[in-house]
Design a protein around this ligand. Structure first.
Ligand code: URP
Ligand code: ZN
Ligand code: ZN
Length: 455
């Protein structure tokens, strides 16, 4: 039997198994896994690991911050960079306007994304203070394909605890999955004011305004409210050991709590904020990057199963935009670019012997897909979308803006050497990146309407 495409001679690695096999693809789906398959097009994977396409459930493309400021990757450049790095599915966000219904907000965000996306994507629906009056629309948003709902305990989007309770109840009643940015906003605002009053305005003071203990407190409070309401909760961008402990304790008690960390917390330390001039402002993101003890704790948590996945929180701003906070760290637009290096970055856990290649696939592909109702993604099995990455475990790369494809004029990973890099990326059976050449096109990605399967 002939296939449209056959990936031959590779070592297939999934979250559950490692074996040598060919993969036959027909009409964008995995049609067969076996030996000596033949097809119209063949991709030779000799010497490569063949893994499911990466799934990054936390990205911010062309995210507006106020009137003038917008994250620098749009849905084309950001998803193209994702594809170069071996990611074939992302989940971004809807932030409805105050006058929009949730479903109108979703339609508007889709109108921005659909013509540009190179890979498949989903959208989380943000429930901010304006949306508390629209909680009766949560069911409709779920029905329109937003299976997950973003809640903030910080910034202008911040919900107080009573609002959190009401939002979580509405999400529970709709069958959705909540995801949360957990920080203690009142403490942060007070500490920022105190540093400003004392003339402490350099980025050095950014992490010192957002203590790890209070990130832990906020995560613990969110977990307790979710437990009270009786629904799962996913904690975004875990930066510190204190949050890991909260997640670990909740899971040990049988609660459906999950957590992610991101490359910036795994590869950088807070010394980055002391770089001279504007460079110290570049890595500003929230929660902040912390000291090496936290970095080590996060790698350990990934290995032990106390954190369940790695996403990016990809949210780049150019040097010019970061300069808005040159004289006041609290005005630096927060976010860093990580979308392209995530998969290879987490592979360093395999290269350094922290965890297996199967665990790497689970962290970057399978666990995020399962949590977010991406039923066709994150695994290699007949019937699933043929989203595949041929990963060269022997290639060594040095990261730089020249090497990466993100639309940002700096990278926090400049000069970092990685072992392993994707040699080819296949999305629904189409080779979209091969040996450093982009073969995809804007608009070929599809919106995925998601339904959540209870844990
Ligand atoms: O500083 C960050 N992380 N910016 C992106 C938005 C968010 O908080 O996830
Ligand atoms: Zn956040
Ligand atoms: Zn984010």
């Amino acid at each position: 039997m002939s296939y449209d495409l056959v990936v031959k001679n590779g070592v297939v690695v999934t979250a559950g198994a490692t074996y040598r096999a060919d993969i036959g693809v027909r009409a964008g789906k995995i049609a067969a896994i076996g030996q000596d398959l033949g097809g119209e097009q063949t991709v030779d994977a000799a010497g490569k690991l063949v893994i499911p396409g990466g799934v990054d459930i936390h990205v911010h493309m062309q995210m507006p911050l106020g009137e003038e400021v917008i994250s620098s990757d749009d849905f084309f450049t950001g998803t193209r960079a994702a594809a170069f790095g071996g990611t074939t599915t992302i989940i971004d966000f809807v932030e409805p306007g105050p006058e929009q219904t949730l479903v109108e907000g979703l339609a508007a965000r889709r109108a921005e994304a659909d013509p540009k996306v190179v890979i498949d994507y989903g959208l989380h629906m943000t429930i901010g203070p304006h949306e508390i009056a629209k909680l009766d629309q949560v069911q409709a948003a779920y029905g329109a394909g937003c299976g997950s709902f973003k809640l903030y305990m910080a910034y202008g989007f911040r919900l107080d605890d009573g609002q959190l309770l009401r939002a979580l109840e509405a999400i529970r009643d709709a069958g959705g999955q909540p995801v949360i940015h957990a920080e203690n906003w009142d403490v942060i605002c007070t500490l920022i004011e105190r540093h400003q009053a004392a003339g402490r305005t350099r980025p050095h003071w950014h992490p010192r305004s957002r203590p790890a203990a209070l990130e832990g407190e906020a995560a613990g409070r969110a977990i307790d409210i979710a437990n009270f309401v009786g629904l799962p909760l996913h904690i975004f961008h875990v930066s510190c050991a204190e949050v890991v402990e909260r997640i670990q304790a909740a899971r040990a008690a049988g609660r459906p709590i999950t957590g992610e960390t991101c490359p910036q917390y795994l590869f950088l330390t807070w010394d980055a904020y002391d770089a001279p001039g504007l460079a110290g402002a570049f890595p500003v993101c929230s929660p902040p990057i912390r000291d090496k003890t936290h970095q080590d704790a996060l790698w350990r948590a990934l290995a032990r199963g106390d954190l369940q996945m790695v996403t990016t929180d990809h949210c780049p701003f150019t040097a010019q935009t970061k300069a808005l906070g040159l004289h006041d760290f609290s005005q630096i637009p927060g976010g860093v670019p990580s979308i392209e290096m995530r998969l290879a970055g987490v592979y360093q856990g395999v290269a350094r012997g922290h965890f297996s290649a199967n665990r790497w696939v689970e962290l970057c592909c399978t666990a995020p897909a399962r949590l977010m109702g991406l039923s066709q993604k994150g695994d290699i099995a007949p019937g699933l979308d043929a989203d595949l990455v041929l990963f060269d475990p022997d290639r060594r790369v040095t990261l730089s803006t020249a090497f990466l494809h993100e639309r940002c004029d700096w990278t926090p990973y400049d000069g970092i050497e990685l072992q392993g890099w994707p040699a080819a990326t296949i999305s629904r059976g189409e080779v979209i990146v091969r040996e450093g050449e982009f073969l995809g096109e804007a608009g070929r990605g599809r919106f995925i309407a998601r339904r959540i399967t209870p844990p």
